[in-house]
Design a binder for this molecule. Structure first.
Ligand code: CTP
Length: 214
C-alpha cells in the first residue's frame, strides 16, 4: 500500500538568517515511516528539517515551510491508502519575509503573523482524501478532550494524542506515552520507546485500515 507520513517541524522564515519553528525532533514520524516500510509498504516521508537519518526503503521529500509541506501533501495524497500526519506544522508564519537581515532598532519589535494552511484539516476537504486518516495531537495537559475535538474537526479515523508537558515524554525524548482516540472510544497505551511504539501504532493503523475498508 502507499502510505504518506508527515514529520518534523516546519521553519517559517523571518529574514535570510532567522526563522520561527518548534521543538519537534521528528523521531515519532521517522519511526512510523521506518515501521511501515519494514512491514512491506511503500512510504513517502514528507519532512521538515530534522537531524535524523532517512529510514531505509522510504521515499523522502524534504520541505522547509508549512506552505511547502502543504504543496507536497496536496500533490501526493490522492494515491495514498493511509496518511499519517505526525508533523508539527507551524500554525502561523510571518506575513512578510524581510529580504535583508533585520537590524536592531528600538526596544521592541513586532512581527505580523498569518495563518498557515492546515494540512490534516484540508485532507478530507478540499483535497478529497478517502483513505485512512490519522492525526496527532500534542497537548500540554490531559489530551483526550482536545484530541477528540481535533478528530471530529479534521474528520480523522484516529488521533494519537500525548501530553508533551509530562517529563520524559514528547517532543525531544526517545519515549512517548499516548492515548488512541477513535470516533467511538479511547484507548490508553503504556509508556514505550518511540521505536517500539511505532511498531505497535503501525499494526494498529493497518488493522484499522482493514476494518474501515470492509
Ligand atoms: N496539522 C497540520 N497542519 C497544520 C497544523 C496541524 O497538518 N497547519 C496536523 C498535525 O500534523 C497533527 C494535527 O494536525 O496531526 C494536530 O496538530 P495540532 O497542532 O495539535 O492542532 P491544531 O489544529 O494546530 O490545533 P491547536 O493549535 O488548536 O492545538
Amino acid at each position: 500500500m502507499n502510505i504518506l507520513v508527515t514529520a518534523g517541524p516546519t521553519r517559517e522564515p523571518i529574514d535570510p538568517v532567522r526563522f520561527l519553528s518548534n521543538r519537534s525532533s521528528g523521531k515519532m514520524g521517522y519511526e512510523l515511516a521506518a515501521a511501515f516500510a519494514h512491514a512491506g509498504h511503500s512510504v513517502l516521508l514528507v519532512s521538515g528539517p530534522t537531524a535524523l537519518d532517512v529510514p531505509d526503503r522510504v521515499d523522502f521529500l524534504p520541505v522547509e515551510t508549512a506552505a511547502e509541506m502543504h504543496t507536497a501533501v496536496a500533490h501526493h495524497l490522492g494515491r495514498m491508502a493511509i496518511a499519517v500526519f505526525a508533523a508539527a506544522v507551524a500554525d502561523y508564519t510571518p506575513a512578510t519575509v524581510a529580504a535583508e537581515k533585520i537590524k536592531k532598532s528600538g526596544d521592541s519589535l513586532t512581527l505580523e503573523l498569518v495563518r498557515t494552511p492546515d494540512l490534516l484539516g484540508s485532507a478530507r476537504s478540499p483535497l478529497g482524501f478517502t483513505g485512512t486518516l490519522v492525526g496527532f495531537a500534542a497537548e500540554t495537559g490531559p489530551p483526550a478532550a482536545q484530541a477528540r475535538e481535533k478528530l471530529t474537526r479534521k474528520q480523522c479515523d484516529l488521533v494519537i494524542a500525548n501530553d508533551v508537558s509530562k517529563p520524559g515524554f514528547g517532543f525531544d525524548s526517545d519515549a512517548n506515552e499516548v492515548i488512541l482516540v477513535y470516533p467511538d472510544h479511547t484507548e490508553e497505551l503504556p509508556p514505550a520507546s518511540k521505536h517500539n511504539l511505532a511498531h505497535l501504532l503501525v499494526d494498529t493503523i493497518l488493522e484499522l485500515h482493514q476494518r474501515l475498508k470492509t
